[in-house]
Design a protein around this ligand. Structure first.
Ligand SMILES: Cc1ncc(COP(=O)(O)O)c(C=O)c1O
Length: 391
Protein backbone atom coordinates (compact mmCIF):
# COMPACT_ATOMS: atom_id res chain seq x y z
CA UNK A 1 0.00 0.00 0.00
CA UNK A 2 1.30 3.40 -0.86
CA UNK A 3 1.43 5.71 2.12
CA UNK A 4 -0.40 8.22 -0.03
CA UNK A 5 -3.49 6.03 -0.07
CA UNK A 6 -6.04 7.35 2.42
CA UNK A 7 -6.70 5.08 5.38
CA UNK A 8 -9.95 3.21 5.08
CA UNK A 9 -11.57 2.92 8.50
CA UNK A 10 -13.33 -0.30 7.51
CA UNK A 11 -9.94 -2.06 7.30
CA UNK A 12 -9.68 -1.57 11.06
CA UNK A 13 -13.18 -1.24 12.54
CA UNK A 14 -16.59 -2.54 11.75
CA UNK A 15 -18.91 0.25 10.71
CA UNK A 16 -21.16 0.11 13.76
CA UNK A 17 -18.22 0.22 16.18
CA UNK A 18 -16.67 3.22 14.48
CA UNK A 19 -20.04 5.01 14.42
CA UNK A 20 -20.38 4.46 18.17
CA UNK A 21 -16.90 5.83 18.76
CA UNK A 22 -17.37 8.77 16.42
CA UNK A 23 -20.64 9.75 18.09
CA UNK A 24 -18.90 9.81 21.45
CA UNK A 25 -15.82 11.55 20.03
CA UNK A 26 -17.89 14.36 18.55
CA UNK A 27 -18.92 15.42 22.05
CA UNK A 28 -15.41 15.57 23.54
CA UNK A 29 -12.45 17.94 23.54
CA UNK A 30 -9.22 16.51 22.11
CA UNK A 31 -6.92 14.80 22.82
CA UNK A 32 -8.47 11.61 24.15
CA UNK A 33 -8.82 7.91 23.57
CA UNK A 34 -12.29 6.45 23.01
CA UNK A 35 -12.76 2.73 23.44
CA UNK A 36 -15.58 0.49 22.29
CA UNK A 37 -16.05 -2.26 24.87
CA UNK A 38 -18.24 -4.31 22.53
CA UNK A 39 -15.24 -4.70 20.23
CA UNK A 40 -13.20 -6.00 23.16
CA UNK A 41 -15.93 -8.55 23.87
CA UNK A 42 -15.76 -9.66 20.23
CA UNK A 43 -11.98 -10.01 20.35
CA UNK A 44 -12.25 -11.98 23.58
CA UNK A 45 -14.71 -14.39 21.98
CA UNK A 46 -12.37 -14.76 18.99
CA UNK A 47 -9.46 -15.63 21.25
CA UNK A 48 -11.58 -18.19 23.08
CA UNK A 49 -12.74 -19.73 19.79
CA UNK A 50 -9.27 -19.86 18.33
CA UNK A 51 -7.49 -21.12 21.45
CA UNK A 52 -10.19 -23.32 23.02
CA UNK A 53 -7.59 -25.21 25.04
CA UNK A 54 -6.02 -22.13 26.63
CA UNK A 55 -6.77 -20.08 29.74
CA UNK A 56 -6.73 -16.38 28.97
CA UNK A 57 -4.81 -14.11 31.35
CA UNK A 58 -5.43 -10.53 30.21
CA UNK A 59 -2.20 -8.50 30.40
CA UNK A 60 -3.61 -5.63 32.44
CA UNK A 61 -0.75 -3.31 31.47
CA UNK A 62 -2.29 -2.96 27.99
CA UNK A 63 -5.13 -0.93 29.49
CA UNK A 64 -6.19 -1.18 33.13
CA UNK A 65 -9.44 0.82 32.84
CA UNK A 66 -12.08 -0.54 35.24
CA UNK A 67 -14.57 -0.71 32.34
CA UNK A 68 -12.27 -3.20 30.59
CA UNK A 69 -11.33 -5.18 33.70
CA UNK A 70 -14.98 -5.54 34.70
CA UNK A 71 -15.98 -6.73 31.24
CA UNK A 72 -13.18 -9.30 31.12
CA UNK A 73 -13.85 -10.43 34.67
CA UNK A 74 -17.44 -11.15 33.70
CA UNK A 75 -16.28 -13.04 30.61
CA UNK A 76 -14.26 -15.35 32.85
CA UNK A 77 -10.81 -13.98 32.05
CA UNK A 78 -7.85 -14.38 34.35
CA UNK A 79 -5.32 -11.58 34.83
CA UNK A 80 -1.59 -11.19 34.24
CA UNK A 81 -0.47 -8.59 36.76
CA UNK A 82 2.75 -6.57 36.78
CA UNK A 83 2.65 -4.68 40.09
CA UNK A 84 0.90 -4.30 43.43
CA UNK A 85 -0.98 -1.35 41.92
CA UNK A 86 -2.50 -3.47 39.18
CA UNK A 87 -3.20 -6.11 41.83
CA UNK A 88 -5.22 -3.58 43.84
CA UNK A 89 -7.26 -2.67 40.79
CA UNK A 90 -8.35 -6.23 40.03
CA UNK A 91 -8.92 -7.16 43.67
CA UNK A 92 -11.14 -4.10 44.08
CA UNK A 93 -13.34 -5.46 41.31
CA UNK A 94 -13.74 -8.70 43.22
CA UNK A 95 -11.44 -10.89 41.10
CA UNK A 96 -10.46 -13.91 43.16
CA UNK A 97 -6.72 -14.51 43.66
CA UNK A 98 -6.79 -17.89 41.89
CA UNK A 99 -7.42 -15.91 38.68
CA UNK A 100 -4.25 -13.85 39.07
CA UNK A 101 -0.69 -14.47 37.94
CA UNK A 102 2.18 -12.26 39.08
CA UNK A 103 3.84 -12.15 35.67
CA UNK A 104 6.58 -9.60 36.25
CA UNK A 105 10.01 -11.16 36.75
CA UNK A 106 11.26 -7.96 38.41
CA UNK A 107 9.71 -7.52 41.84
CA UNK A 108 10.44 -6.49 45.39
CA UNK A 109 10.27 -9.09 48.12
CA UNK A 110 7.69 -7.04 50.00
CA UNK A 111 5.52 -6.91 46.87
CA UNK A 112 5.68 -10.70 46.50
CA UNK A 113 4.49 -10.90 50.11
CA UNK A 114 1.53 -8.64 49.28
CA UNK A 115 0.50 -10.90 46.44
CA UNK A 116 0.87 -13.93 48.70
CA UNK A 117 -1.20 -12.36 51.45
CA UNK A 118 -3.87 -11.56 48.86
CA UNK A 119 -3.96 -15.29 48.05
CA UNK A 120 -2.03 -15.30 44.75
CA UNK A 121 -0.13 -18.56 44.21
CA UNK A 122 1.24 -18.27 40.67
CA UNK A 123 4.52 -16.47 40.01
CA UNK A 124 6.84 -15.86 37.05
CA UNK A 125 10.59 -15.78 37.52
CA UNK A 126 13.78 -15.79 35.49
CA UNK A 127 16.54 -15.42 38.08
CA UNK A 128 17.87 -17.09 41.20
CA UNK A 129 17.55 -14.04 43.45
CA UNK A 130 13.90 -13.56 42.51
CA UNK A 131 13.18 -17.26 42.95
CA UNK A 132 14.68 -17.23 46.44
CA UNK A 133 12.53 -14.20 47.27
CA UNK A 134 9.44 -16.05 46.07
CA UNK A 135 10.35 -19.09 48.18
CA UNK A 136 10.57 -16.87 51.27
CA UNK A 137 7.66 -14.52 50.66
CA UNK A 138 5.27 -16.89 48.89
CA UNK A 139 6.17 -20.35 50.23
CA UNK A 140 4.83 -23.39 48.40
CA UNK A 141 3.59 -21.35 45.41
CA UNK A 142 3.60 -22.41 41.78
CA UNK A 143 6.42 -20.88 39.76
CA UNK A 144 7.02 -20.77 36.04
CA UNK A 145 10.32 -19.79 34.50
CA UNK A 146 10.46 -17.40 31.60
CA UNK A 147 12.87 -18.34 28.83
CA UNK A 148 14.58 -16.12 26.29
CA UNK A 149 13.18 -16.33 22.80
CA UNK A 150 14.17 -15.25 19.33
CA UNK A 151 12.12 -13.03 17.07
CA UNK A 152 13.23 -9.57 18.13
CA UNK A 153 13.58 -8.47 14.51
CA UNK A 154 10.07 -9.47 13.56
CA UNK A 155 8.26 -8.07 16.60
CA UNK A 156 7.25 -4.43 16.25
CA UNK A 157 7.60 -3.95 20.01
CA UNK A 158 10.19 -6.53 21.11
CA UNK A 159 10.44 -7.65 24.73
CA UNK A 160 13.07 -10.26 24.37
CA UNK A 161 16.45 -9.37 25.85
CA UNK A 162 15.26 -7.84 29.09
CA UNK A 163 13.28 -10.85 30.27
CA UNK A 164 13.87 -14.56 30.40
CA UNK A 165 16.89 -16.78 30.77
CA UNK A 166 18.65 -19.40 28.71
CA UNK A 167 17.38 -22.97 28.79
CA UNK A 168 20.14 -24.33 31.04
CA UNK A 169 19.41 -21.68 33.63
CA UNK A 170 15.66 -22.28 33.32
CA UNK A 171 16.24 -25.91 34.23
CA UNK A 172 18.49 -24.97 37.14
CA UNK A 173 15.81 -22.60 38.43
CA UNK A 174 13.04 -25.17 38.18
CA UNK A 175 15.19 -27.67 40.13
CA UNK A 176 16.01 -25.01 42.68
CA UNK A 177 12.29 -24.20 42.96
CA UNK A 178 11.67 -27.81 43.93
CA UNK A 179 14.52 -27.75 46.43
CA UNK A 180 13.13 -24.55 47.97
CA UNK A 181 9.73 -26.14 48.53
CA UNK A 182 8.02 -24.35 45.63
CA UNK A 183 5.98 -26.08 42.92
CA UNK A 184 8.00 -26.06 39.66
CA UNK A 185 4.95 -25.56 37.54
CA UNK A 186 5.96 -24.63 34.00
CA UNK A 187 7.68 -22.49 31.42
CA UNK A 188 6.72 -19.14 29.94
CA UNK A 189 7.88 -16.99 27.08
CA UNK A 190 6.87 -13.84 25.27
CA UNK A 191 7.95 -13.79 21.65
CA UNK A 192 7.68 -9.98 21.48
CA UNK A 193 4.64 -7.77 21.18
CA UNK A 194 3.02 -7.48 17.74
CA UNK A 195 5.07 -10.46 16.60
CA UNK A 196 4.68 -10.78 12.84
CA UNK A 197 6.57 -14.07 12.47
CA UNK A 198 4.41 -16.94 13.70
CA UNK A 199 7.51 -19.14 13.56
CA UNK A 200 8.70 -17.38 16.73
CA UNK A 201 6.23 -19.56 18.69
CA UNK A 202 7.61 -22.65 16.98
CA UNK A 203 11.14 -22.08 18.22
CA UNK A 204 9.95 -21.04 21.69
CA UNK A 205 7.82 -24.16 22.00
CA UNK A 206 10.75 -26.27 20.77
CA UNK A 207 12.90 -24.90 23.60
CA UNK A 208 10.06 -25.46 26.06
CA UNK A 209 9.71 -29.06 25.01
CA UNK A 210 13.39 -29.72 25.71
CA UNK A 211 12.97 -28.37 29.26
CA UNK A 212 9.84 -30.48 29.85
CA UNK A 213 11.54 -33.66 28.64
CA UNK A 214 14.90 -33.23 30.29
CA UNK A 215 13.45 -32.32 33.69
CA UNK A 216 11.17 -35.33 33.52
CA UNK A 217 13.87 -37.76 32.47
CA UNK A 218 16.76 -36.44 34.50
CA UNK A 219 15.03 -35.09 37.60
CA UNK A 220 11.59 -36.65 37.75
CA UNK A 221 10.07 -33.16 37.65
CA UNK A 222 6.73 -33.12 35.79
CA UNK A 223 6.06 -29.62 34.54
CA UNK A 224 2.38 -28.93 33.98
CA UNK A 225 1.98 -25.60 32.25
CA UNK A 226 3.15 -23.53 29.28
CA UNK A 227 2.51 -19.80 29.31
CA UNK A 228 2.75 -18.62 25.70
CA UNK A 229 2.55 -14.93 26.65
CA UNK A 230 1.23 -12.26 24.32
CA UNK A 231 2.49 -11.15 20.93
CA UNK A 232 -0.74 -11.85 19.06
CA UNK A 233 -1.53 -9.28 16.42
CA UNK A 234 -3.48 -6.05 16.33
CA UNK A 235 -4.19 -4.27 13.05
CA UNK A 236 -1.78 -1.50 12.21
CA UNK A 237 -0.39 -0.22 8.91
CA UNK A 238 2.24 -2.98 8.79
CA UNK A 239 -0.02 -5.94 8.18
CA UNK A 240 0.03 -9.32 9.89
CA UNK A 241 -1.75 -12.61 9.39
CA UNK A 242 -5.12 -12.85 11.08
CA UNK A 243 -5.61 -14.39 14.50
CA UNK A 244 -7.04 -17.59 13.03
CA UNK A 245 -3.84 -18.21 11.08
CA UNK A 246 -1.76 -17.59 14.20
CA UNK A 247 -3.91 -19.99 16.21
CA UNK A 248 -3.87 -22.74 13.59
CA UNK A 249 -0.09 -22.62 13.26
CA UNK A 250 0.56 -22.37 17.00
CA UNK A 251 -1.81 -25.27 17.68
CA UNK A 252 0.06 -27.32 15.09
CA UNK A 253 3.41 -26.48 16.73
CA UNK A 254 1.99 -27.54 20.09
CA UNK A 255 0.76 -30.81 18.62
CA UNK A 256 4.10 -31.51 16.98
CA UNK A 257 5.92 -31.00 20.29
CA UNK A 258 3.45 -32.28 22.86
CA UNK A 259 1.10 -34.65 21.01
CA UNK A 260 -2.65 -34.36 21.54
CA UNK A 261 -2.43 -34.21 25.29
CA UNK A 262 -1.31 -30.61 25.82
CA UNK A 263 -0.08 -29.41 29.17
CA UNK A 264 -2.16 -26.61 30.70
CA UNK A 265 -1.82 -23.67 28.31
CA UNK A 266 -1.96 -20.02 29.27
CA UNK A 267 -2.02 -17.04 26.90
CA UNK A 268 -1.60 -13.43 28.01
CA UNK A 269 -3.07 -11.21 25.33
CA UNK A 270 -2.95 -7.45 25.71
CA UNK A 271 -2.60 -5.67 22.39
CA UNK A 272 -4.62 -8.19 20.35
CA UNK A 273 -7.60 -7.80 22.69
CA UNK A 274 -7.68 -4.06 23.16
CA UNK A 275 -5.78 -2.12 20.48
CA UNK A 276 -8.38 -2.34 17.73
CA UNK A 277 -11.15 -1.30 20.09
CA UNK A 278 -9.83 2.23 20.48
CA UNK A 279 -9.20 5.47 18.65
CA UNK A 280 -7.08 8.37 19.78
CA UNK A 281 -8.51 11.65 18.58
CA UNK A 282 -6.28 14.69 18.20
CA UNK A 283 -6.58 18.14 16.70
CA UNK A 284 -4.16 19.82 14.32
CA UNK A 285 -2.55 22.74 16.16
CA UNK A 286 -0.15 24.01 13.52
CA UNK A 287 0.92 23.25 9.96
CA UNK A 288 4.18 24.61 8.63
CA UNK A 289 6.97 24.23 6.11
CA UNK A 290 10.61 24.66 7.10
CA UNK A 291 11.48 26.69 4.00
CA UNK A 292 9.72 28.19 1.01
CA UNK A 293 10.75 25.20 -1.11
CA UNK A 294 10.45 22.46 1.52
CA UNK A 295 8.65 19.44 0.11
CA UNK A 296 7.04 18.23 3.29
CA UNK A 297 4.69 19.99 5.62
CA UNK A 298 4.98 19.48 9.35
CA UNK A 299 1.69 18.64 11.02
CA UNK A 300 1.77 19.44 14.74
CA UNK A 301 -1.20 18.15 16.66
CA UNK A 302 -2.27 18.09 20.27
CA UNK A 303 -1.29 14.46 21.04
CA UNK A 304 2.25 13.17 20.97
CA UNK A 305 4.87 10.84 22.34
CA UNK A 306 4.17 12.14 25.85
CA UNK A 307 0.42 11.82 25.61
CA UNK A 308 -0.10 8.22 24.67
CA UNK A 309 1.84 7.74 21.44
CA UNK A 310 5.12 6.50 22.93
CA UNK A 311 4.97 3.36 20.78
CA UNK A 312 5.91 5.57 17.85
CA UNK A 313 9.46 5.52 19.35
CA UNK A 314 11.73 4.59 16.44
CA UNK A 315 8.49 4.62 14.46
CA UNK A 316 7.97 1.08 15.79
CA UNK A 317 4.19 0.99 15.68
CA UNK A 318 2.67 2.62 12.64
CA UNK A 319 -0.82 3.61 13.65
CA UNK A 320 -3.32 4.14 10.85
CA UNK A 321 -4.32 7.81 10.82
CA UNK A 322 -7.68 8.78 9.40
CA UNK A 323 -9.04 12.24 8.64
CA UNK A 324 -12.41 13.25 7.27
CA UNK A 325 -10.76 15.58 4.78
CA UNK A 326 -10.31 14.05 1.34
CA UNK A 327 -8.49 15.07 -1.80
CA UNK A 328 -4.95 15.20 -3.07
CA UNK A 329 -2.50 13.69 -0.61
CA UNK A 330 0.93 14.89 0.37
CA UNK A 331 3.69 13.27 2.42
CA UNK A 332 4.00 14.91 5.83
CA UNK A 333 5.96 14.82 9.07
CA UNK A 334 3.76 14.30 12.12
CA UNK A 335 4.74 15.73 15.51
CA UNK A 336 3.33 16.37 18.97
CA UNK A 337 2.64 19.60 20.82
CA UNK A 338 5.45 19.73 23.42
CA UNK A 339 8.71 21.71 23.40
CA UNK A 340 10.75 18.51 23.13
CA UNK A 341 12.36 17.55 19.85
CA UNK A 342 11.85 13.88 20.66
CA UNK A 343 8.14 14.55 20.31
CA UNK A 344 8.05 13.69 16.60
CA UNK A 345 6.05 10.60 15.76
CA UNK A 346 6.77 9.98 12.10
CA UNK A 347 9.48 11.54 10.01
CA UNK A 348 11.25 8.70 8.20
CA UNK A 349 8.10 6.85 7.29
CA UNK A 350 6.13 9.54 5.52
CA UNK A 351 2.42 9.47 6.11
CA UNK A 352 0.16 10.83 3.46
CA UNK A 353 -2.44 13.38 4.57
CA UNK A 354 -4.66 15.55 2.39
CA UNK A 355 -3.21 18.85 1.20
CA UNK A 356 -6.35 20.62 2.38
CA UNK A 357 -5.88 19.39 5.97
CA UNK A 358 -6.09 22.55 8.08
CA UNK A 359 -5.45 23.79 11.59
CA UNK A 360 -8.35 22.73 13.79
CA UNK A 361 -9.08 19.51 11.85
CA UNK A 362 -9.22 16.27 13.75
CA UNK A 363 -7.00 13.24 13.24
CA UNK A 364 -8.24 9.79 14.22
CA UNK A 365 -5.41 7.50 15.26
CA UNK A 366 -6.91 4.04 14.81
CA UNK A 367 -5.99 0.94 16.80
CA UNK A 368 -4.87 2.93 19.83
CA UNK A 369 -6.83 1.18 22.59
CA UNK A 370 -3.75 -0.54 24.05
CA UNK A 371 -0.58 0.92 25.53
CA UNK A 372 -1.69 4.54 25.16
CA UNK A 373 -3.53 5.87 28.23
CA UNK A 374 -1.10 4.58 30.84
CA UNK A 375 1.95 5.65 28.87
CA UNK A 376 0.82 9.26 28.96
CA UNK A 377 2.92 11.67 31.04
CA UNK A 378 1.09 13.41 33.85
CA UNK A 379 2.18 16.99 33.27
CA UNK A 380 4.90 17.27 30.65
CA UNK A 381 4.93 20.88 29.45
CA UNK A 382 1.89 21.31 31.64
CA UNK A 383 -0.32 19.14 29.46
CA UNK A 384 -2.69 16.95 31.48
CA UNK A 385 -2.71 13.17 31.01
CA UNK A 386 -4.56 11.71 28.03
CA UNK A 387 -8.26 11.33 28.78
CA UNK A 388 -10.14 8.12 28.02
CA UNK A 389 -13.82 7.45 27.41
CA UNK A 390 -15.66 4.16 27.05
CA UNK A 391 -18.68 3.24 25.00
C1 LIG B 1 4.44 -10.80 30.76
C2 LIG B 1 3.62 -10.21 29.66
N1 LIG B 1 2.56 -10.89 29.20
C3 LIG B 1 1.77 -10.41 28.23
C4 LIG B 1 2.03 -9.17 27.65
C5 LIG B 1 1.09 -8.67 26.60
O1 LIG B 1 1.63 -8.75 25.34
P1 LIG B 1 0.84 -8.28 24.06
O2 LIG B 1 0.37 -6.90 24.30
O3 LIG B 1 1.80 -8.43 22.96
O4 LIG B 1 -0.32 -9.19 23.90
C6 LIG B 1 3.15 -8.45 28.05
C7 LIG B 1 3.47 -7.17 27.41
O5 LIG B 1 4.38 -6.46 27.73
C8 LIG B 1 3.96 -8.97 29.10
O6 LIG B 1 5.01 -8.28 29.56
Amino acid sequence: MSNLTPISVSDYFDDAAFKRLKALADTKETPFVAIDTQTIATHYAELEDNFPFASIYYAVKANPAPEILELLKNKGSNFDIASIYELDKVLKLGVSPDRISYGNTIKKSKDIRKFYEAGVRLYATDSEADLRNIAKAAPGSKVFVRILTEGTDTADWPLSRKFGCQNDMAMDLLMLARDLGLDPYGVSFHVGSQQRDIGAWDSALGKTKVIFERLKEEEGIHLKMINMGGGFPANYITRTNDLKTYAEDITRFLREDFGDDFPEIIIEPGRSLIANAGILVSEVVLISRKSRTALNRWIYQDAGKFSGLIETLDEAIKFPIYTEKTGEMEEVVIAGPTCDSADVMYENYKYGLPLNLAIGDRLYWLSTGAYTTTYSAIEFNGFPPLKDYYV
